[in-house]
Design a protein. Structure first.
Length: 321
């Protein structure tokens, strides 16, 4: 542990307000049971994450278990579109990718439903523990090898295109800068770093970009899997390793030592890592100041916490305090 721990009251693992099994229309429940091959006798809603879509582990009368996600194209259009993208990505990921398998989909025009392999696993503990992080780091290294180059049938933006609007968020923060130590004094420097992102994020690896505790599964047989493959990008192989470190840094782990030992990051110039941290800091701090979505009350506090963690991390690395 280090002195970088940032206390939080965020209810990790209980941040989502989701549709329950009983909330699904009868025809959707019927098609799910038909695909599962047996009537559903219980449903355990998954509390992690920040979307209101249905995401439950279903236990059927025959004893089988299934992980099913669903969203309405009418009432939850954005989330149905995200599930549709997730299905497209999962369908073309290679078997070696550390992701649960897509088993079936239903895209009937009114509901998007995904049947995904149920994995008997747990999420990393919060606060983060060193042993859990080591497993996730090893997975990130293996994933970078497996997904370089990206699967030929997987369509994804390059990192430069995906992040092109993020540096301008620092300009928006100038209008009402968050009350963080040293931020006003060094805002221009941070914005300048973020503005150089195109120089460092390019690459030929499929990068998940949303690698955090609520998207990770640790199985009892030693595997580590990554969920929610909605919006991967093609970029530098080391990006996911840096993104992964945000939560552990905020929980007090010595992520600098881990980066220095990582075969993906150790030879990356420190300035390049600073550019990426500055880029995501602006994104998190700006997003935290936006209206709270009624279906996701914990989203803004989580973004605020991540922004504070990243600012403190960047300031330490740059010697701004």
């Amino acid at each position: 542990m280090t002195d970088a721990r940032l206390p939080t009251t965020i209810p990790h693992g209980r941040t989502a307000q989701r549709l329950e099994w009983a909330h699904l229309p009868p025809h959707v429940r019927g098609l799910v049971e038909e695909r599962c091959g047996s009537p559903v006798v219980s449903a355990a809603s998954q509390g992690a994450g920040f979307t209101p879509g249905f995401a439950s582990v279903l236990t059927c009368a025959d004893g089988s278990r299934h992980f099913v996600k669903a969203a309405s194209d009418k009432a939850q259009r954005l989330f149905a579109a995200a599930y549709r993208e997730e299905a497209r990505k999962l369908a073309v990921l290679p078997p070696e990718a550390p992701a649960p398998r897509l088993l079936w989909t239903h895209d009937g025009g009114d509901w998007m439903v995904l049947g995904i392999e149920h994995v008997d696993a747990r999420q990393p503990a919060r606060p983060w523990r060193a042993d859990d992080l080591e497993r996730c780091l090893a997975m990130a290294e293996q994933m970078a090898t497996t997904l370089t180059p990206p699967p030929p049938d997987l369509a994804a933006d390059d990192a430069a295109t995906e992040f092109e609007g993020w540096p301008a968020l620092w300009d928006r923060l100038r209008e009402a800068p968050p009350a963080l130590p040293g931020l006003v004094d060094h805002l221009d420097e941070a914005a300048g770093l973020a503005g150089r992102f195109r120089d460092v994020v390019g690459g030929t690896t499929l990068v998940h970009t949303d690698i955090r505790d609520d998207n990770l599964l640790l199985t009892g047989d030693g595997r580590t899997l990554l969920c929610d493959w909605n919006w991967p990008v093609v970029g530098a192989a080391w990006l996911d390793t840096v993104f992964l470190m945000i939560g552990p840094r905020g929980d007090g782990l010595d992520v600098e030592a881990l980066l220095a030992a990582s075969p993906l990051v150790r030879d990356v110039p420190a300035e390049s890592v600073d550019v990426v941290i500055a880029l995501v800091t602006g994104y998190f701090l700006f997003s935290a100041g936006q209206p709270v979505p009624p279906t996701s009350p914990h989203l803004r506090p989580v973004q605020q916490w991540q922004g504070q963690v990243c600012w403190d991390w960047l300031a330490e690395r740059r010697g701004w305090r």
